[in-house]
Design a binder for this molecule. Sequence first.
Ligand code: SF4
Length: 65
Amino acid sequence: MSPVRVEVVQDTCCCSGLCALAVPDVFGQDEDGIVVLLQSQPPQERHAAVAEAARRCPTTSIKVS
Ligand code: SF4
């Protein structure tokens, strides 16, 4: 499988926390609840979870390429 690069858009994040709950080694939240990216290139075993988190983000603030 090819490498995956993850990006987050803090300007549109609504602080739902869904991504941090689902994949806490890749997504965190700052003191205001805004998403913080912990790993931009997660290991292969996390790719499916990251893709699911991106799909479930209510504001489509997670980009996977
Ligand atoms: S799921 Fe989306 S809106 Fe919720 S904290 Fe993560 S990036 Fe922000």
